[in-house]
Write a protein of this length. Structure first.
Length: 333
């Protein structure tokens, strides 16, 4: 039986659908709260695949709750670890480390103890290395520089990967995928979906930074292919295209009929903004919206290479513009 953690998230829910559409019948998915299952169900209905949803066996379990994992891991042969916590708020450091590192350690430990055949771990490009002066693009072998300033999120995802590699040393078969910004419909109040919602309301500013983008359907298709292959002990960057933030925001705005950004948020303005946001959060006791690390990310122009996965699987990624057309259509509905 296949176990999917984080089954109610963007990647997890799309993965469940992909597995069922490709003939898998024995699938178990984890959810921390039963009411969250409705999020996954809504995604199936969005794709008009509601009939497949009933084939999933749902288990209420938490990657930080060992007794619940004991139940979830009964008769499991493969694990897709999609659960995780994303935040660039420095106040969330403890939660990031606990969920992403300790939670992944628990999954790895159970995989080893229950003699699971293979584990696929969903990491992030945030966990990749740092470009040296002579390097022009980030690859799977780019070295992590501990002297470079990293966000708490990046550190937690890097730490999670260390737990997965520990599992490999203990003879667990593992693969890691490092997606960029994952685009996908159905989750309009979080992740990349929130970008559509925000742009619709109005996003006048853009930054000079860029990042790598990939369709969620590509991510889950590659994950399954890797799990079905003999591949183990490898990590793969999943990036369809490297695009500037201005380009992506403008493209989405055009496709959903919203106003395009016209003003550049320059470096000095961004650095003032995160400091002001910090003071405001302390005075009003509210959650921060901008941090030093997020400002650095918004200005980063690192380029990511997905040549390894394209060569290994012969995989061709969906064009981002075409996929944004699909997302825009779902968003309008």
């Amino acid at each position: 039986m296949i176990l999917v953690t984080g089954g109610t998230g963007l990647v997890g829910a799309h993965l469940l659908l992909h597995l069922l559409e490709n003939g898998e019948e024995k699938i178990c998915a984890m959810s921390r709260k039963s009411k969250q299952i409705e999020k996954a169900k809504s995604l199936f209905e969005l794709y008009k695949k509601g009939d497949l949803f009933s084939k999933i066996e749902w288990i209420q379990a938490d990657i930080l709750d060992v007794p619940s994992l004991e139940i979830a891991f009964q008769d499991i042969t493969q694990v897709y670890h999609c659960a995780g916590f994303i935040s660039f708020n420095p106040d969330d450091e403890d939660q990031l480390r606990k969920i992403n590192i300790e939670g992944t350690a628990n999954i790895v430990n159970f995989c080893i103890d229950k003699k699971v055949q293979k584990l696929c771990h969903v990491s992030s490009i945030a966990a990749l290395g740092d470009l040296a002066p002579h390097e022009t693009e980030v690859t799977e072998t780019t070295e992590w520089n501990p002297e470079v300033l990293h966000s708490d999120y990046a550190i937690s995802k890097y730490g999670a990967e260390m737990e997965v590699w520990r599992g490999l040393q203990e003879r667990l078969q593992v693969v890691i995928v490092n997606p960029g910004i994952i685009l996908g419909p159905g989750f309009w109040n979080q992740g990349s979906g929130l970008l559509f919602t925000t742009i619709q309301k109005g996003m006048p500013f853009y930054t000079r930074g860029s990042s790598g983008y990939v369709a969620v359907t590509d991510v889950v298709a590659i994950m399954k292919q890797l799990m079905d292959s003999a591949c183990s002990g490898e990590r793969f960057i999943l990036i369809a295209e490297n695009r500037s933030y201005k380009d992506i925001i403008t493209t989405i705005a055009q496709k959903i009929g919203a106003q395009k950004p016209k003003l550049e948020a320059k470096s000095f303005l961004l650095h003032f903004a995160w400091r002001f946001d910090y003071v405001l959060s302390k005075l009003l006791i509210v959650k921060r919206k901008l941090s030093k690390h997020s400002v650095i990310s918004l200005q980063s122009t690192d380029t990511f290479s997905s040549q390894k996965i394209q060569t290994y699987l012969g995989y061709r990624f969906k064009a981002i513009d075409g996929y944004l057309d699909d997302m825009a259509e779902y968003f309008r509905k």
